[in-house]
Design a protein around this ligand. Structure first.
Ligand SMILES: [Zn+2]
Length: 102
């Protein structure tokens, strides 16, 4: 009763959420490694990270390097940088959610 309907709306909400996260990112980023212009940026949900407004990753088609596009307060960006250095980045990409380093 109403269960299927709720699932349907959850799916729609997930798509909306993806669109919202993607809209917060630039249209393209420049590959940090080879300078290629990358338009396919995959948004990551950063709600769990205080002060972060948006984050996404683009995987370069030429050199396979990951380039992150991030937006947030200076403190949040510093923390996010640390998060990436501790190699939580790969986990964030696979789950689509960035979690605060513990
Ligand atoms: Zn590249």
């Amino acid at each position: 009763m109403g269960e299927a309907k709720r699932r349907g709306s959850l799916e729609a909400r997930t798509q909306d959420e993806f669109a919202r996260l993607r809209a917060a990112l630039p249209d393209s980023v420049t590959c940090n490694n080879c300078g290629a212009e990358l338009r396919e940026i995959r948004p990551i949900d950063v709600q769990a990270m205080e002060g972060m407004r948006a984050a996404g990753v683009a995987v370069c088609t030429s050199c396979s390097h990951d380039t992150w596009a991030v937006d947030g307060t200076p403190d949040a960006l510093r923390e996010f940088q640390q998060f990436l250095e501790e190699e939580h980045g790969g986990a964030a990409v696979s789950s689509g959610i960035a979690r605060k380093p513990t």
